[in-house]
Ligand binder design. Structure first.
Ligand code: APR
Length: 309
């Protein structure tokens, strides 16, 4: 069985561990700084195995030594957004956590592929790569699968059609400047630009951009975790099973889309070695401008981040 580590046994991490076990993608190690929390949740999930019918073994621990030999490491450790807090507010607290977590991954799981989930996502993924010093293709972030999932859910509600027929595409940073792409978002191959008037699309795009905040405002004491854990599980599956799925991910650009040394949401091919290819879409001027604006926001975030280090 492959070995998958989930760091952070909170809402996203524990739900991801559950989904990974239920799909039997591998054995799961769940870690956290809080004593007893990962142990309790892992044991509970282990005891669910005979009931649900999965053979994945689960281990909860506070000791990084237990992550040795991990094939994939998912990072969810950090503070979640509270109402009124932007992802950027999280930068200070979470960058300290990500540095500590990344140093331990580099030490104990030097051959792993890392998927970062902690916000602010683009910056935390960049920091993970810089701290571990892993090749950029082995470090990427979960953003676009979640954002395009939200977009697809809103489209399905609007059209009264099955979510299964929708393929949505969202590029850019995981924040207010994300770039949902209606031209590349289809229902059974038909772009939504042919199925809905422009103002309806704008409304759904707006709701997608604010999707995270909408959940935070409803929950009041935490942020989204069902859809984020489902999104990262899809990415873990693509890596573990080497499926070569093309999914939007926060990836390190090396000249693609005219950008370098920046992490940004783009379509990638995912396989056993992580990001195996960055897919370049032909964008219109307007789409490219929106992506540039998003890249600009991430670049200024990187400057603030570097100032903190
Ligand atoms: N090492 C390991 N775990 C840590 C550390 C650390 N240094 N610091 C915090 N944690 C753990 C916390 O103890 C907590 O159990 O990370 C967990 C985070 O869980 P939640 O607070 O429930 O947050 P969650 O909703 O899971 O979100 C986690 O994912 O989607 C993003 O914005 C979200 O950045 C946030 C992250």
């Amino acid at each position: 069985m492959p070995k998958i580590t989930v760091i952070g046994a909170g809402a996203v991490g524990a739900t991801a561990a559950q989904r990974i076990a239920e799909k039997e993608l591998g054995d799961v190690v769940l870690t956290d700084i809080v004593e007893g929390l990962p142990q309790g949740k892992a044991l509970d999930l282990l005891e669910a195995g005979p009931i649900c019918g999965y053979d994945s073994r689960l281990l909860g621990t506070n000791d990084y030594k237990d992550i040795e030999g991990s094939d994939v490491v998912v990072i969810t450790a950090g503070i979640a957004r509270k109402p009124g807090m932007t992802r950027e507010d999280l930068l200070k607290i979470n960058s300290k956590i990500i540095r500590e977590v990344s140093q331990n991954i580099a030490r104990y799981a030097p051959d792993s592929v890392i998927i970062t989930v902690t916000n602010p996502l683009d910056l935390m993924t960049y920091l993970t790569m810089k701290t571990t010093n892993f090749e950029p293709n082995r470090v990427f972030g979960m953003s676009g699968v979640l954002d395009s999932g939200r977009f697809a859910a809103f489209i399905a509600m609007e059209l009264g059609c099955s979510v299964r027929d929708i393929s949505a595409m969202v590029l850019g940073g995981h924040g207010d400047t994300m770039v949902p792409l209606p031209r590349f978002t289809t229902v059974s191959g038909v772009p939504i630009t042919e199925l809905m008037p422009e103002d309806t699309i704008s409304r759904l795009v707006e709701r997608t951009v604010n999707g995270g905040a909408e959940i935070v405002n409803l929950l009041k004491t935490g942020s989204a975790f069902y859809a984020p854990s489902a999104a990262v599980t899809n990415m873990v599956e693509a890596v573990i099973k080497n499926t070569k799925r093309i999914l939007p991910a926060c990836a390190c650009l090396g000249g693609e889309y005219g950008k370098k040394d920046i992490y940004l949401g783009v379509p990638v091919k995912l396989g056993r070695s992580g990001v195996e290819e960055i897919v370049e879409l032909k964008l219109t001027d307007g789409e490219r401008k929106a992506l540039d604006r998003s890249a600009q926001a991430v670049s200024s975030g990187i400057i603030s981040l570097n100032a903190l280090l």
